[in-house]
Write a new protein. Structure first.
Length: 207
């Protein structure tokens, strides 16, 4: 309930500020003693932009104008944009992460329907990974084992970490320090036995 109320309050504040300050923005220099080089008008404009920016910052990201979210560095995650991708791991002959119809997780060299994944933002820097064909979420248990979950749960959340080589690592949000990984044979590795320094945890999102 706090989210909608905060959004409504912020929108009302922005509207009131616009109603009060907009007339002055245009005639500020004429209504007050002349200021050198129009500094009064510039100051009013600066204050207005600052107040609007602070009002927008109080809004939930989904309620913010797209331009504001992008300029603030929010990116696709905060805009709620879902991505259809294949996660490619360059180990062995190269494998895509796949979610099979029975919920098993593994790797496959070719582009298949089971390797098409939907990456959805959960919160900033955290995503869920959903098998489009299988209808299972990628999940990781406390032992670092990957499995397919028919329902979204805490074990389905992964931190998406951009690495220096422009690949991503996916760390369990529920169990920090455990990562999605594929072996050189295309089988899953226990997430507790790997780290982002290892190539087996590096994935390239691609179509």
């Amino acid at each position: 309930m706090a989210g909608p109320r905060a959004a409504a309050a912020a929108l009302l504040l922005a509207a009131l500020l616009l109603a009060v300050l907009a007339p002055w923005a245009g005639r500020g220099a004429a209504a007050a003693p002349a200021a050198p080089n129009g500094t009064l008008g510039a100051e009013l404009e600066r204050r207005w932009e600052s107040l609007v920016a602070r009002s927008l910052a109080r809004l939930p990201v989904a309620s913010q104008p797209k331009e504001a979210a992008v300029q603030s560095g929010a990116g696709d995650y905060l805009l709620g944009i879902k991505r259809l991708r294949r996660l490619y791991c360059n180990v062995g002959i190269g494998f895509h992460l796949q979610v099979l119809p029975d919920g098993r997780i593994g790797g496959v060299h070719a582009d298949t329907s089971d390797s098409l994944l939907e990456l959805s933002p959960v919160e900033r820097g955290v995503v869920s990974i959903f098998g489009v064909a299988s209808r299972f979420f990628v999940a990781m248990n406390s032992k670092g084992k990957l499995y397919g979950s028919p329902f979204f749960a805490e074990e389905c959340k992964f931190k998406e970490i951009l690495l220096p080589n422009n690949y991503n690592a996916y760390e369990s949000y529920r169990y920090p320090g455990t990562f999605i990984a594929l072996s050189k044979n295309g089988k899953t590795k226990k997430g507790s036995r790997v780290s982002p320094a290892m190539k087996v945890t590096h994935f390239l999102p691609r179509l």
